[in-house]
Design a protein around this ligand. Structure first.
Ligand code: PBG
Length: 323
């Protein structure tokens, strides 16, 4: 103990701190979420997410190619359909927006990791993540549609599918459907511990998926629950998930750390739209140092146990990480 022990000794210079650093961020671990919309020449800003856009496929390809050159190899695709209906048909239409985007991006970037977000909420006119029975989402009736969507996404060129709907039994249903269609090589990255979070606020504008009534608390997890996340994760793995996601990230580092310790599969954390918006807003006000806080938040998420981080800053951070 003091005065012999002086932890400050290893902090005296930048190179020494780098030598003993426990957590290193790399561009390889970043996943970049993008919003694809119909049309041409579109790069539409999202008000609550400065620097993030809805892209038409033609313009998106150029942006993703640039990201790819900077070392970002994994992209998570969200689609904004032309028409919404009660059953979210464009999600599983062979020429739906995400399927079209997948085909084009796959052609331009054959080696890219294209992850298709798999949910109906952007496609339903009521904005819920499945089909309705009265005012409730009908879990089992939704499974068929999710499975159909997974098959169409994989056929269009998805490297993997990421179900974010939180229906019970969806991983098993999706696995069976993929296997039955000769798509047994396509992994499932499940949003296993996904909380009913207020931090998804800005995403509602970005993906145009605000529920027309009620909220998602009847299917997404209660923010107060920690043990239950393990139950969800273990259940998804038993059904055949290859990787799992904890979402949101920063307010749920305890959950992330639990999951990392309990399972051996790769674990991702999703730094969601509200986490992004809070930092951007504070930085715009000059209240925090933007780049420093962004990198600190990513480092904290990796330190807590994330092998991969889904972040809207992937494009920008890739530049900081390679310099
Ligand atoms: C639903 C979905 C949501 C997000 C990703 N997938 C929204 C929700 O569940 O309400 C949120 C992502 C974010 O806030 O950045 N398919």
């Amino acid at each position: 103990m003091f005065p012999r022990e002086r932890p400050r000794r290893l902090r005296t210079t930048a190179s020494l701190r780098e030598l003993v650093r426990e957590t290193r961020l790399s561009v390889d671990q970043l996943i970049y979420p993008v919003f694809v919309t119909h049309g041409e020449g579109i790069k539409a800003p999202i008000r609550s997410m400065p620097g993030i856009y809805q892209w038409s496929i033609d313009v998106l390809i150029g942006h993703l190619s640039q990201a790819y050159q900077r070392g970002v190899r994994a992209f998570l695709l969200f689609g904004i359909p032309q028409v919404k209906d009660p059953r979210g048909q464009e999600a599983y239409a062979p020429d739906g927006i995400v399927q079209r985007a997948l085909r084009s991006i796959r052609e331009a970037l054959p080696e890219a990791i294209l992850i298709a977000d798999l949910c109906l909420c952007e496609y339903t006119d009521h904005g819920h993540c499945g089909v309705l029975k009265g005012q409730m989402v009908d879990n089992d009736a939704t499974l068929d549609l999710l499975a159909k969507t997974a098959v169409e996404q994989a056929r269009a060129g998805a490297s993997m599918v990421a179900p974010s709907d939180m229906m019970d039994g969806r991983v098993g249903a999706i696995r069976s459907a993929l296997d039955a269609h000769g798509l047994e090589e396509i992994p499932i990255m499940s949003y296993a511990a996904k909380y009913a979070s207020g931090f998804y606020g800005p995403f509602r504008e970005a993906a145009e998926n605000a529920p027309a009534f009620g909220d998602r608390r009847a299917y997404q997890m209660d923010p107060a629950n920690r043990r239950e996340a393990m139950k969800e994760v273990l259940q998804d793995l038993a059904e055949g998930a290859d990787m799992v996601i904890v979402k949101p990230a920063l307010p749920y580092l305890d959950v992330l750390s639990d999951v990392r310790r309990a399972v051996s599969v790769p674990v991702a954390a999703y730094q969601v739209s509200g986490e992004f918006a809070m930092i951007e807003a504070a930085a715009q006000n000059g209240w925090i140092e933007r780049e420093r806080v962004i990198m600190e938040s990513l480092t904290a998420i990796a330190r807590a146990g994330a092998d991969m981080i889904i972040t809207y800053w992937a494009f920008e951070a890739s530049q900081w990480l390679s310099r």
